[in-house]
Design a protein around this ligand. Structure first.
Ligand SMILES: [Zn+2]
Length: 676
């Protein structure tokens, strides 16, 4: 018997981790794909006139068990994997993408969806239903469902070509990264590096049968060297190697790949009726159009630039003073910034950690959620866990109604990937009058307790916990009808608002008083330490901002234009950078040829969203600050207009309902100390 094919019969219908065996996954997913295909066939080939209910809604509720099983599977593949699970993932991923292609290419199904879509205005639909209809229609149209046969053919050819170019781009970056190593045999060349980095460099050399130390272009090796190594010539060598990936006129060169990817994306957008690739992408973003993104970036640029130039001049003076450096170069930035930061703040993690015992911080996050939204977290041991380290909770509202199940998984182990994330095992939705509550999870990799010491978090880990907890609240408080619009299923330049806004509480006295006490003495964290944390968090923020803006502008310079005539990658890039430059250009270097975010990953026309989300979170938190960070009315507005609403309406409308006005960048600029 395959437990994944039956009703779970567990408390809260929670995932039956103990009964699931790895060998259950593949047959279950194959069977469930078949069953879902039958459900979809019935919708597509129905003899009834297509309606919202028998087509759009029916499609939305189809394949629920398949969704549950695949989310359990892929969540485990991230948090508790092994070779067997990874092998299954390789087997089922193609099955799932083939299945989803089958749906988007189903012409009968699309014809019915289109018929409903064309009557949209005459139908008596709620806002949420309109959004769902739009979303379903676009998931087909944006994949070419409206095109003639020969144009569909062209689109498929472009997609195929793009897929292989993107793959090639990534392979080249990786190969260039691996091709370089800096072999160091004189220990003095490592002066300034922390012990841990020296040890790692030695181990790396050893593993390759070399004496001395090896430095590579991988971040864990590259970053410490650029930040701490005294030897300027070696920093220069490493920096130039890093910056010339894909730009070495060898067989791993990415210049042509960049040009071709940009051109194919442009052609693809044209084929689908959009002016540029950015127009195509931004249709499904809060920012909406390339013009808005460019205005947003340029506005921020104008406001941040004076501060960035001031900081740069200050850093230049500092480098002159301590090392007689006349002109700061790219390979000096991280090094002197770190030195200056140490001088100004002298703040290290070890001083702060005793105030952030993990249990206290978790409790603090729960107290914040209680004060803001009236939620209570009750630890339970009545549902299955996928690992003994996982904590499980019932989340209750003020009337003791179940809001959500919450899993929290904090410590690193083999089988868990790096980083921190929020995910869910079951979405929230309403069906047949029943409000199905969600099962939400956060996964982190925090410092483990030892025999003598509890888990003490760095301040960075504290904000990470609050960040993921913010995503979790978005998932837990969800209250929508349709699962695909629920919780964090929002435009991706909106999804970081709940998470980033919650981080703000970590810097506030009123919130820290709830949990930041010394794990041995019980003493509250000294507020001058908190002030220092705040100040150091915005250290060189002008320069940082300019850097982020420059990447956003470069992204738009490739994707918001017609790139047909572009032939010189480096010259095109320099045009985009002309207003954001602080350091002299390095001729041997090119950013685009290794800009994997936009040429390999999913960030094309989306790089701006990092700053966009910061503007939103600062603006939202400012509203709390003006009225008190635990003001229940503001919290209720945030809950009712943002957290419960998922993707049921355009995020700008939701945001304005909460905030009473458009988001403005002033709060961010103020928080960052860029304006007074
Ligand atoms: Zn996030």
């Amino acid at each position: 018997m395959n437990v994944l094919l039956n009703k779970f019969n567990t408390k809260y219908n929670s995932a039956p981790f103990q009964a699931i065996k790895n060998e259950h996954f593949k047959p279950a997913i194959e069977t469930l794909i078949k069953e879902t295909k039958t459900e979809i066939k019935a919708i597509a080939e129905s003899k009834n006139i297509p309606t919202f209910k028998n087509t759009i809604e029916a499609l939305e509720y189809a394949g629920q068990q398949l969704d549950r099983v695949t989310s359990i599977f892929f969540n485990l593949n991230s948090a508790e994997t092994n070779e067997e699970i990874q092998k299954i993932a390789q087997d089922i991923s193609p099955l799932l993408s083939e299945f989803s292609n089958d749906i988007t290419l189903n012409e009968k199904l699309f014809a019915r969806i289109k018929e409903v879509y064309n009557q949209k205005e005459q139908l008596d639909l709620t806002e949420e239903q309109k959004t769902l209809l739009d979303k379903k229609y676009k998931s087909f149209a944006r994949n070419g469902a409206n095109l003639t046969e020969d144009k569909k053919e062209q689109l498929r050819a472009i997609d195929k070509k793009l897929a292989s170019l993107k793959l090639k781009f990534g392979e080249n970056v990786l190969a260039e990264t691996n091709a370089f190593e800096m072999h160091i045999t004189n220990k003095e060349d490592l002066d300034g590096l922390p012990e841990g980095a020296i040890e790692a460099a030695q181990q790396l050399a050893e593993s390759k049968g070399k004496d001395g130390w090896l430095i590579t272009l991988d971040y864990p090796s590259y970053i410490p060297f650029m930040t701490y190594a005294k030897n300027r010539a070696l920093r220069k060598k490493l920096s130039i190697a890093f910056g010339s990936k894909g730009f070495n006129n060898n067989k791993l060169d990415n210049q042509n790949n960049v040009l071709e990817i940009a051109k194919l994306r442009y052609q693809r957008a044209n084929l689908l009726g959009y002016k540029t690739h950015a127009h195509f992408v931004l249709e499904e973003r809060m920012a909406e159009t390339p013009a808005k993104v460019e205005n947003f970036l340029n506005d921020l640029l104008n406001k941040a630039k004076p501060a960035a130039e001031r900081e740069f001049a200050y850093l230049q003076d500092f480098a002159k003073e301590i090392d007689d450096i006349d002109h700061l170069e790219k390979w000096d930035g991280a090094y002197y910034s770190e030195k200056l930061k140490q001088k100004l703040f002298n703040l290290d993690d070890e001083k702060l950690k005793p105030y952030f015992k993990l249990e206290n911080v978790i409790d603090g996050a729960f107290k914040v959620a209680n004060k803001l939204f009236g939620l209570t977290f009750k630890e339970i041991d009545t549902i299955d866990k996928y690992h003994p380290d996982v904590l499980t909770y019932e989340v209750l509202d003020e009337d003791d109604n179940l809001v959500s199940i919450f899993y929290a998984d904090f410590f690193p182990r083999a089988g868990k990937r790096n980083g921190a994330w929020m995910t869910s095992y079951k979405p929230q939705f309403v069906q047949n009058g029943v409000n199905e509550r969600p099962h939400v999870s956060i996964v982190c990799n925090f410092t483990k307790p030892t025999k003598t010491k509890p888990s003490l978090l760095t301040f960075n880990e504290v904000t990470t916990l609050f960040h993921e907890f913010g995503h979790a609240l978005h998932g837990m408080l969800a209250n929508t009808t349709y699962p695909s619009l629920s919780g964090t299923s929002v435009y991706w330049d909106f999804v970081e608002l709940p998470s980033q806004v919650l981080e703000n509480w970590c810097y506030e006295k009123e919130a820290l008083e709830l949990f930041a006490t010394h794990y041995e003495t019980g003493e509250l964290i000294p507020m001058d330490l908190v002030e220092k944390i705040k100040e150091s968090a915005t250290f060189n923020e002008g320069m940082q901002t300019l850097r982020q803006i420059s990447f956003g502008l470069l992204d738009m310079h490739w994707h918001g234009i017609d790139p047909t005539e572009v032939t010189d990658v480096k010259a095109h890039e320099n045009e985009a950078f002309k207003d954001t430059k602080l350091y002299p250009d390095v001729e041997e270097n090119c950013m685009s040829t290794a800009f994997s975010h936009i040429f390999q990953g999913g960030y094309s026309s989306g790089y701006y969203s990092y700053k966009w989300a910061e503007v939103l979170d600062a603006d939202a938190f400012d509203y709390f600050k003006q009225n008190g960070i635990f003001n229940r009315d503001i919290a209720l507005k945030f809950k009712d207009n943002v957290l419960t609403k998922g993707g049921t309406e355009n995020p700008l409308i939701l945001y304005k309902r909460f905030r009473g006005q458009d988001p403005k960048p002033e709060a961010l600029l103020k928080r960052a100390g860029l304006i007074k």
